[in-house]
Design a protein. Structure first.
Length: 555
């Protein structure tokens, strides 16, 4: 799926056929998230498809919250979902709605179906209902209460609403076909008893409609033309159509359901239930923990909305499930940040250098470019004095071949500054390196005449007396390995958490990094792309690793 208006996919081809045939005069879509958690990257495919389809054909898109399960829903999630949608660059042009807006209509339709012999009150337990349903190869069998008089079912249903029966004791079911080859059509449940206060309707209801019943009714009431959903709902499409058809006298529209394959990614949790386990079990710091695959977490980590939309565009639409390499998403983020993120110098594991021939007390200001490929982004001034820090990974006492960084008696250039030579390695009482003593070639200042002398290595550095304390948060995948379709991985879900998913280092960066705004993004030279985190304090600035510089994905 590409955002280019000239591109096509099988969903858009179907929409165009419907418009050309006169089936629909205009396009009206909806995005129907359940407000029981924060949205994750897996929701983006449906989200973008719903909103982008409406935009492409000059139609409207509703935001409708599927609040049919009050046990797990909250206004916090509603606000978070709205924020995510707007961050991605979309808006619900058709308005905001809730499944609970239609509870009265759903109840009215349910009573109508009971009178018409299309629904009945069942008293089977969950286990008995599962047993009666049959299997994929064997038909189900009728419930003993399937053919009870409609007057009796209507009385029982009204008493269910009045709160006379305990949870699980009675269920309202559609009367379709217990021998249907499609197991979804074997008398699916319409209503269950649930004594939970609803966050919008309070205690008005103690019975709640099931998604497969409420969703098509909501679509039809809102005039939705194309109900776009993921492939697992393909088997539910006959039921979707059945509900609309048998409610037609009470509904204004006849929406069409179209399915496409959902988004799956390597080493990424695409189950809101498992994400909730991580949050509630305090395995992560919250829904926006940068290790999480939620949109709020990705935004906090520093991913851009443009990169995510580019990623979804590259994934495309298909009718077959597949797994996308997480490296593709990182590639899109890296590609987007490469042209816009200013450069800065920072050292994650500081190693002190004393420039022995530098005059004591002297501070020199150097002009450094903000971006090597975009001079319009300007320059900045950085100080250098007698004491500086480099990263300890940029020095080795006994380096291998082709190690072009600093070594004893070796030379490197300090980025935007001078060539220095390592004269002596100073160790402490335990034999560990305390600092390096180096000399400066003052004829090699970058950008000045006579500075053309070349060396193979260039290092990032910061002035030891004029720098900002930084906490570097380094991230790895939250799970060492994971396939949510594998039963073994489901059982060992928590055991598969990666103990190295978050590592913190305390180092230093250019002084200006301390005054950066939360959410500002930089490329720290030779380290990667980083984003300033809200956890930053007056004592130190916290920067999240967005993506490293190395790109393993090939376009």
């Amino acid at each position: 799926m590409a955002e280019n208006q000239e591109s096509k996919n099988f969903i858009w081809e179907a929409v165009e056929q419907d418009l050309a045939s006169g089936r629909y005069e205009r396009v009206h879509t909806r995005f129907p998230p359940e407000p029981n958690g924060y949205m994750h990257i897996g929701h983006c495919k449906a989200l973008i498809m719903d909103f982008l389809t409406a935009e492409k054909y000059g139609g409207t898109c509703n935001l409708r919250f599927d609040d049919t399960n009050p046990a797990k829903e909250d206004m916090e999630y509603v606000r978070a979902i709205q924020k995510d949608i707007e961050w991605l660059g979309f808006h619900w042009s058709g308005g905001v709605f809730y499944a609970s807006d239609y509870y009265d209509k759903c109840y009215e339709i349910a009573e109508d179906w009971i009178r018409r012999g299309l629904a009945y009150v069942d008293e089977l337990s969950k286990d008995e209902m599962r047993e009666y349903r049959g299997t994929l190869t064997e038909p189900g069998k009728d419930s003993p209460w399937r053919n009870r008089p409609w007057e009796e079912s209507l009385d029982l249903f009204r008493r269910m609403r009045a709160g006379e029966f305990p949870e699980g004791s009675k269920t309202l079911r559609m009367k379709i076909d217990m021998a249907s080859p499609n197991i979804v059509m074997r008398d699916p449940a319409m209503y269950r008893i649930l004594y939970k206060e609803h966050w919008r309707t309070g205690n008005k209801w103690c019975i709640y409609p099931m998604y497969d019943f409420a969703h098509p009714i909501g679509d039809a009431l809102e005039g939705i033309t194309h109900s776009l959903c993921s492939l697992e709902y393909e088997i539910h499409r006959p039921l979707y159509d059945w509900v609309v058809e048998h409610s037609q006298d009470m509904l204004p529209g006849r929406p069409r359901q179209l399915e496409f394959a959902r988004l799956n990614m390597t080493q990424t949790i695409m189950s809101k239930r498992y994400l909730r386990m991580l949050v509630e079990g305090h395995y992560v710091a919250g829904w926006d923990d940068p290790r999480m695959p939620t949109l709020s977490a990705m935004r906090r980590r520093g991913f851009t909305a443009a990169a995510i939309r580019d990623f979804i565009s590259r994934v495309g639409l298909s009718k077959a499930d597949s797994v996308v390499d997480y490296a593709m998403l990182e590639h899109c983020v890296r590609k987007d940040l490469g042209d816009q993120a200013p450069r800065a110098m920072a050292v994650m594991k500081p190693l002190k250098i004393v420039l022995t021939n530098w005059p004591k007390g002297k501070v020199e200001m150097l002009t450094v470019e903000n971006h090597p490929d975009h001079p319009e982004l300007g320059t900045r001034e950085v100080p250098i004095s007698r004491d500086i820090y480099i990263d300890e990974s940029d020095f080795m006492v006994d380096p291998p071949k082709k190690f072009f960084r600093l070594r004893p008696d070796g030379e490197v250039r300090l980025k935007g500054a001078y060539i220095i030579r390592c004269e002596q390695v100073i160790t402490d009482a335990n034999g560990q390196i305390d600092h390096l003593e180096c000399t400066v070639d003052f004829d090699t200042r970058s950008g000045l005449p006579g500075s053309e002398r070349k060396v193979k290595g260039t290092l990032q550095w910061v002035d030891a007396h004029d720098c900002a304390p930084i906490v570097f948060r380094q991230y790895e995948p939250l799970l060492s390995s994971y396939d949510e379709d594998t039963e073994e991985d489901k059982k060992d879900f928590i055991a598969r958490l990666n103990p190295n998913s978050l590592t913190e280092y305390r180092g230093f960066g250019e002084k200006a990094l301390a005054s950066a705004q939360v959410g500002d993004k930089y490329q720290f030279l030779r380290l990667g792309y980083y984003c300033k985190d809200p956890d930053s304090t007056t004592d130190s600035s916290v920067y999240n690793l967005i993506v490293g510089l190395k790109d393993s994905y090939k376009e």
